[in-house]
Ligand binder design. Structure first.
Ligand code: SF4
Length: 386
């Protein structure tokens, strides 16, 4: 077990595992157990203890095969199959940044209450079952509601995904702050592409957009350079927030061209800021999509590059997918088994799927619920009277 920090706080002994997972044991119990056991034994075996996300401070749920929580059905963790040859792999939630435009309200948040981390073997075993439906050009795309490289077992995950016979491409998203020379070297030959979100070339605007002074444009630029010099492809993925980083967009394009981004895949994936219902909202007007595409067309002409992308530019096409196991409007009796990702949500399990249930009832309650939303095998239910 790799402890990257051990300290005491709020009457708890805190063990930080590989920078991301905090195991907290009450000092009272720790002092008793310490007489007989090593720290590793206390962290592995003994109760009571609480898991927390080291960056967000939120309660963290460790999802193993034994937990009984399936990996299909929720967007915060596990696997998402949207009916193409790309399978989204979500090993961890939570972020080290606090972007002012964050679509999942990460960082300082009003909505999120729980983080999740998934056991590597469990994740790959379930991934392999979906990949087997899809043919021989599967892309495993590691992303999530947060920064995927906070996953402490990323290299193990990549190694195991590589062994799934149908996998042709492995890609991931990152804000770059957790990457460095050593980590990039350890992933060389295992991952094909990293979509690096970099939304400014200016240090001050960079941390204004990231919502924290812990962010460094210079660091992320160095990561981009190191990636382009390795066997890993880098795609620069800025979020264009009108009125905030308009002047950065051409500078990001020039930087990408200078470092040779996009060896096999497109070099740029410029995204238009969208005001999501549960995302962070920036002041000012969002850009209409027709205007956004007109602006991209201007830059395409000016720089002689392709910026308007479609899934086929990444080799993504339709592919058989998992069957849906519920119908919209279906009524179910559900046991609430774990806290949900957001306030006012709990998790339930039925027919091999996890369901986000909108309710204020606690874990352990059995509720009457109705499936109200089904999107790509992601399920949301609301409760009626119990
Ligand atoms: S890096 Fe991504 S997940 Fe993290 S706060 Fe920024 S936009 Fe949100």
């Amino acid at each position: 077990m790799v402890f990257t920090g051990i300290y005491e706080q709020n009457n708890e002994k805190v063990f930080v595992i590989r920078d991301t997972i905090e195991v907290r044991v009450p000092i009272k119990f720790y002092s008793q157990l310490k007489k007989k056991y090593t720290d590793e034994e206390i962290v592995s075996i003994h109760e009571p203890k609480v898991l927390r996300h080291h960056y967000t401070g939120r309660e963290m749920i460790y999802i193993t095969k034994e937990s009984g929580i399936p990996l299909i059905g929720h967007t915060a963790f596990g696997l998402i199959d949207r009916g193409t040859n790309l399978i989204q792999v979500r090993p961890v939630s939570g972020c080290n940044l606090n972007c002012i435009f964050c679509s999942v309200d990460e960082g300082v948040t009003q909505t999120r209450k729980t983080d999740y981390i998934v056991d590597t073997d469990h994740l790959v075993e379930e991934f392999a079952k979906i990949a087997a439906l899809k043919g021989n050009d599967v892309e495993a795309h590691i992303d999530g509601q947060g920064e995927p490289f906070l996953y402490p077992y990323m290299v193990e995950l990549l190694e195991k995904l590589r062994k799934v016979p149908q996998v042709k491409t492995i890609s991931a998203q990152s804000n770059g702050m957790m990457l460095d020379e050593e980590k990039i070297r350890s992933m060389d030959g295992l991952i094909d592409r990293i979509n690096l979100s970099i939304s400014s070339m200016d240090e001050r605007r960079g941390y204004a957009l990231a919502g924290t002074k812990k962010y460094s444009v210079e660091h992320v630029k160095n990561v981009a350079r190191m990636l382009s010099e390795s066997s890993i492809d880098v795609l620069l993925a800025p979020v264009w927030v009108p009125g905030y980083n308009d002047e950065d967009i051409p500078r990001i394009i020039e930087f990408g061209l200078e470092i040779g981004a996009g060896k096999k895949f497109p070099a740029f994936g410029i995204q238009n800021y969208v005001r999501y219902q549960f995302g962070k909202k920036v002041k000012g007007k969002a850009m209409r999509f027709p205007d956004f595409f007109d602006r991209l067309a201007e830059y395409e002409k000016a720089y002689g590059i392709k910026l308007k992308l479609s899934p086929s530019d990444f080799g993504i096409h339709k592919s058989p997918s998992l069957p849906k196991v519920f119908k919209k409007g279906e009524k179910l009796k559900l046991d609430l088994i774990a806290p949900g990702r957001v306030h006012g949500e709990m998790l339930a399990v039925e027919r091999g799927r996890v369901i986000g249930v909108l309710t204020d009832k606690p874990v352990g309650t059995r509720v009457n619920a109705e499936i109200t939303r089904i999107t790509d095998n992601v399920y949301v239910a609301v409760t009626g009277s119990s």
